[in-house]
Design a protein around this ligand. Structure first.
Ligand code: ATP
Ligand code: MG
Ligand code: MG
Ligand code: MG
Length: 472
């Protein structure tokens, strides 16, 4: 079947609507009344109030396509075929209503029935928690999956500490041996492992226990279902593309980047990653700003700043040395504006914010370069050949100037860079930051948010870049 991403999204919602679910709108990426979360990162994150029992929903069956951001996957973007910073999670939810049997049967029906996605059942594999006999039996007896397609997985248990928890089942699609990025004898090279051949498309969580503070589990009186299927992944399966990026959700963005850079995507080799990063990050940034987040030096704003800067740096790898990100914003609207109208209604504002931020970053790069030229002069006067770790760190710390750029410019001028020294300065900085945090009791209250920040505030985004640049 050749279906568009919009059609697949609608079909999913329609399917569960037919099964008595209420279709909920996608909630804002910025969590409402939930200080524990930096971003909405799944469908269930917006329904916590129903899952913890504090609010009773009108209809215990809910379905949605929820825009989600996961900062833990930033480094994966473009390296794997399947990870994005912002993606859409298709989900069906039962609040104390139906349970395992319906959840599994409906997932199977949607994926394989001729009327719906009509996937070949032989390509589908599932994992179940090793102790979840019930789920295994449903897959094997009711659905009739052969035993070799039902795998035990000890880690298939959803648990966030205290509160509702339970086993899960993950559904994988076999993209064929030509897509295996791992040698056959690698421990992760099996259906269910972390690899590109067997793609995790759908995750069904059976929330049936209450995890008590003394680390025992008691059965929940009301059992819940929470599922999530990545829209971009299922679209790549249906449209039969090598990665999520060749689908109609990303290709118009990639074509636009081709137009701006003059580089052809299909023959770009390693530079394909840069196209992917730009296409991914501009979606996330556009959606987040349309939802009210703004670039800044902390929290959500810092994530946006980091994404914009990473996109600019990848643009430079494609030899785009001028601001260009705003040209992509209308393309995001063309692709997704039907389902997410605020991407279009907020377009002018989004463009303004990105323009300002991108221009500022270019200024940063220019200022950093001026300073670097001075450093080179001093080195020449002293008859030295190496940029010190301290200087490289100063450039990074005060100008936000990526160390890879320092290294590259230095090389072009016949200098080396003390990368080890730079790393030591970075480490010292981190220790100072840690010490400062430890002293500040008031900030501990936000530990959930802070724990994410600690990772984000290291500017690690640049470390994977080899930037092709020219000395002006
Ligand atoms: P993976 O193991 O591939 O990282 P996950 O197990 O972390 O995925 P879940 O938390 O189970 O993901 O989320 C439910 C579904 O959302 C996944 O089965 C997948 O289809 C999709 N998904 C998760 N993370 C991403 C991402 N970063 N980009 C795109 N889709 C994602
Ligand atoms: Mg993951
Ligand atoms: Mg997984
Ligand atoms: Mg999963």
């Amino acid at each position: 079947k050749k279906l568009t991403s919009s059609e697949i999204r609608s079909m999913f919602l329609e399917f569960f609507e037919e099964k008595g679910h209420k279709v909920e709108k996608s909630a804002s990426l910025v969590p409402v009344d939930d200080p524990s979360l930096l971003w909405i990162n799944s469908g269930v994150a917006t329904f916590k109030k129903y899952f913890d029992g504090s609010v009773i929903p009108e209809n215990p069956r809910i379905t949605s396509s929820q825009k989600s951001i996961r900062t833990n996957d930033i480094e994966n973007v473009g390296l794997t075929a399947r990870h994005h910073t912002m993606f859409e999670m298709l989900g069906n939810f039962s609040i104390g209503d139906y349970f395992k049997e319906e959840a599994i049967e409906w997932a199977w029906e949607f994926l394989t029935d001729e009327k719906w996605l009509a996937l070949d059942p032989e390509k589908l594999y599932v994992t179940v928690h090793s102790d979840d006999e019930e789920a295994r039996e449903i897959w094997e007896e009711k659905i009739g999956l052969p035993k070799e397609h039902v795998l035990d997985e000890d880690e298939n248990f959803w648990d966030i500490g205290v509160g509702p928890s339970g086993p899960q089942t993950e559904i994988f699609y076999d993209r064929g041996p030509e897509n295996n990025d791992l040698p056959a004898d690698h421990p992760e090279s099996y259906p269910g492992g972390e690899n590109e051949r067997w793609l995790e498309i759908w995750n069904l969580v059976f929330s049936q226990f209450n995890h008590l503070p003394d680390d025992t589990y008691e059965p929940l009186p009301n059992k819940n279902i929470d599922t999530g299927m990545g829209l971009e992944r299922i679209v790549s399966v249906i449209q039969d593309t090598p990665t999520n990026f060749e689908t109609d959700l990303f290709m118009p963005l990639i074509r636009k980047v081709e137009e701006i850079s003059g580089v052809e995507y299909e023959t770009a080799g390693e530079l394909k990653q840069s196209f992917k990063v730009i296409a991914d990050h501009i979606r996330a940034v556009t959606f987040a700003i349309a939802d009210g987040a703004l670039p800044s030096n902390e929290g959500r704003g810092y994530v946006l700043r980091r994404l914009i800067r990473r996109a600019v740096m990848h643009g430079r790898k494609l030899e785009i040395n001028k601001p260009f990100l705003t040209e992509l914003v209308p393309v995001v609207g063309e692709i997704m504006g039907d389902f997410y109208p605020n991407v279009i209604t907020q377009e002018a504002f989004v463009i303004q914010v990105i323009q300002q931020e991108e221009n500022r970053f270019h200024e940063t790069l220019t200022e950093g370069l001026e300073h670097l030229v001075e450093v080179f002069e001093q080195l020449t006067n002293k008859g030295e050949v190496q940029v010190t770790g301290k200087d490289a760190f100063l450039l990074y710390d005060t100008f936000g100037f990526p160390v890879e750029l320092t290294e590259e410019y230095a090389q072009e001028r016949g200098f080396t860079t003390d990368i080890e020294g730079f790393s030591k300065e970075m480490e010292k900085q981190r220790e100072r930051a840690r010490a400062a945090r430890g002293d500040d009791q008031s900030m501990k209250a936000q530990s959930g948010v802070l724990s994410e920040l600690e990772v984000d505030s290291e500017f690690v985004g640049y470390t994977d870049l080899k930037v092709t640049s020219r000395l002006q």
